[in-house]
Design a protein around this ligand. Sequence first.
Ligand code: ASP
Ligand code: MG
Length: 447
Amino acid sequence: MMLTVAKFGGTSVADFDAMVRCANIIINRSDIRVVVVSASAGVTNHLVTLSQQLLSGIEQQQIIQQISDIQYAIINQLHEKQEAGNEIEEILAHLTELVGQQNTLQTAKTADAILSCGEQMSSRLFARVLRQRNCAGAYFDVRDVMATNSLHGKAVVDTDALQINSQTLLGPQLQDVVTVTQGFIGRDGLGNTTTLGRGGSDYSAALLAEAINADDLQIWTDVVGIFTTDPRIAKRAHAIGEISFGEAAEMATFGAKILHPATLIPAIRSSIPVFVGSSREPEAGGTRIMETVASKPTYRSIALRRQQTLVTVKSPAMLHASGFLAKVFAILASHELSVDLITTSEISVALTFDNPQGSTQAVITEKVVEELEQLCDVQVENNLSLVAVIGNELLRSRGVGSRVFDTIPDANVRMICHGASDNNLCFLVPEGEGEQIVQTLHDTLFV
Ligand code: ASP
Ligand code: MG
């Protein structure tokens, strides 16, 4: 039996009609046995606001009401309104309680419990929509299998435990029912709910696919696949039919917002092909991401990642010295900062960091700078964008550098990284120039 895990994102389960479209996809493909859903569109954002404890009691109630309205728009179209309503009311009551608790005792633990409510509700309702369409959909609490550590907000999954739990709890029911479960959430060893980080449902689905030895992972979203670049930047951008794991991993890391960047890790590790398509237009095809693909164009796509920070550390002591970089990285690691790009000269090193506004990930703080300054001179520059040209044999093909940079002769290129990956050439430019550069490159390289 072919075994497919299908994940439906927030817009795909935004309302009743959207859920019905997803149900139809599942009904038409008997190999889809596990369904992972996000919270209905907008719900997680509301929950984040609630979890940040910035609101008055009345504002909290208003937001809970908005969340409730999104659920009831779906419930009201179900045959079993009463039962569905009861199920959701129970979660909303729990949510209200958690939000109330937070005023006295705000912890990351409570925040995760709050954030998990969106997926808990959407998965219950989606299982009902499936059953209403005569498909045996069975609700399953993913926390029973998704074992994580206690790092609330970005919990790390214990893949061995996940595998064992899934074989025991999910394995036996795969033939008989379509399991409907949640992305994004897990449970730690203390029994507390955890979350895997914003957008983590894709990653959950990939981990589940790996745990049950699925043949295929499908990510259903609101775009017909992965595009050559952001169509809002370059009008001629188009969907890519197929792309290799290597290229897609670079794309996900460097800005294409389609997949959570960690999604491909389990897929690559376990050679599970990934399909990305639109639940609105399933017949429009999508992008297949696989270990090896037939077409290997030099230029596959261009990604733009905004809000980059460039840190240059400079130390005359580095001349002919060893161990300097190790010290720099030790400081960064102690602050859980992850470096994206790096270039070095004899006495200085330039490092880039992703620094998106409103993100929960670690950023370069004054404290980090102070610690680095104990070692060396430090310069921090913001307002930069990273342009990543993704393709094949970029290191081995002649003329790639001149082709790319001759196309944008006036660009103020602040840093270039080329040499580590055959699938990626990337460079930093001032924030305000990024879009124009991507547009020009796209329209020249993809004719
Ligand atoms: N609902 C979560 C979020 O919006 C997880 C996800 O949708 O992937 O971040
Ligand atoms: Mg998403």
